[in-house]
Design a protein around this ligand. Structure first.
Ligand code: PEP
Ligand code: MN
Length: 350
């Protein structure tokens, strides 16, 4: 339930109302919806409470529904789509967010080559895992802090916004020290202790859909982060487990329009994990943009067959560059853009 407050209401009226709701055992927040202040009741909606009493108040204009189990993440609480601004760029705005980089940071040389390509192709976000969630304990586990240092260095060198995964609450401080966006992987989407801890950081969180998570499960996980104090959540469709075994996962592109309808949060797609097959990545990236995604995240490597993790789904730098040319053609059709960097224009125009 949301109570739309009259624009002329006094601050003391709003505070009094919030106080009254708290006394009734309800948890409420002031939110802005279409430029107007609302009191959103997010918790403790006891069926015995008569909400009609609030509409009698002179400064309450009307009641609006807030009946999804996720509240802060719901489109009902906020009609406009959320834009998350990170160092001068916006996630969820007109400009598409293209996040590219290796599955795992392997060396500084590897990342420098990748960073240069990412920038020169008109993308602005560099990914790279330093703490890797691997199915086998014998597989490469990531370079840890050393990998994060390379990511920060290369991000600075090419002015790219960086993304890296946190697997555990104990890693949050370290990873957020070096990187801009904290990724929560599919395997941790319902690690509620981790989600709650991410509520108290400033960095945006890229929340990947769990392998068997419903849309509601994903949005409830976003709700954990948001209700704990961090409103900057980016949703990521990365494929789910189905009976189909040909591809690593089944990329669920219907998630894009559905999540955008259910939530105001930005939605991106990861066609690399979504298919697990290199040649399927560009077509699914194109489809994701055409379906209205706010961006994509893809794995790229200078020598993909030798990548230390996820080699089969990793694009070469040339394949990535070709894919970007296609995405630049699709973007304007769906009213989006991929902005070439000043860096690239400088190279082109001497
Ligand atoms: C990754 O992005 O490298 C990763 C491990 O993704 P996911 O959690 O979606 O499997
Ligand atoms: Mn990977």
């Amino acid at each position: 339930m949301m109570l739309l407050i009259h624009p002329d209401a006094e601050q003391s009226d709003r505070e009094h109302l919030l106080h009254q709701l708290t006394r009734m055992g309800l948890k409420a927040h002031l939110v802005e919806r279409d430029g107007q202040i609302c009191v959103a009741i997010v918790e403790g909606q006891d069926k015995t409470i008569d909400f009609a009493q609030f509409i009698q108040l002179p400064f309450v204009q009307k009641m609006l529904p807030l009946n999804q189990p996720f509240k802060m993440a719901s489109r009902q609480i906020k009609g406009d789509s959320t834009q998350i601004s990170i160092r001068g760029r916006n996630v969820g705005g007109q400009e598409l967010v293209i996040i590219a980089g290796p599955c795992s940071v392997e060396s500084e040389e590897q990342l420098l080559l990748i960073g240069q390509t990412v920038k020169s192709c008109g993308a602005h976000f560099l990914r790279g895992g330093a703490f890797k969630p691997r199915t086998s304990p014998y597989a490469f586990q990531g370079l840890g802090e050393r990998g994060l240092k390379y990511l920060q260095r290369v991000g600075r060198e090419f002015d790219l916004i960086t993304v890296s995964e946190v697997m555990d609450g104990d890693q949050i401080e370290l990873v957020s020290h070096y990187t801009d966006i904290l990724q929560v992987g599919a395997r941790n989407m319902q690690n509620f202790t981790l989600l709650k801890k991410l509520g108290s950081v400033k960095n945006p969180v890229l929340l990947k859909r769990g392998m068997s998570a419903t849309y509601q499960d994903l949005l409830m996980s976003a709700e954990y982060i948001m209700s704990a104090g961090n409103p900057h959540v980016i949703l990521c469709e990365r494929g789910i487990r189905t009976y189909e075994t040909y591809s690593r996962n089944t990329l669920d592109l219907a998630a894009v329009p559905i999540l955008r309808e259910l939530s105001h949060l930005p939605v991106i797609v990861d066609p690399s994990h979504g298919t697990g097959i290199r040649r399927m990545v560009p077509p699914m990236a194109r489809a994701a943009i055409a379906a209205g995604a706010d961006g994509i995240m893809v794995e790229i490597h200078p020598d993909p067959d030798r990548a230390l993790s996820d080699a089969d789904q990793t694009l070469s730098l040339a394949e990535f560059s070709l894919m970007m040319e296609d995405l630049k053609k699709i973007a304007p059709i769906v009213n989006r853009e991929i902005c070439e960097s000043g860096f690239l224009q400088e190279i082109r125009h001497g």
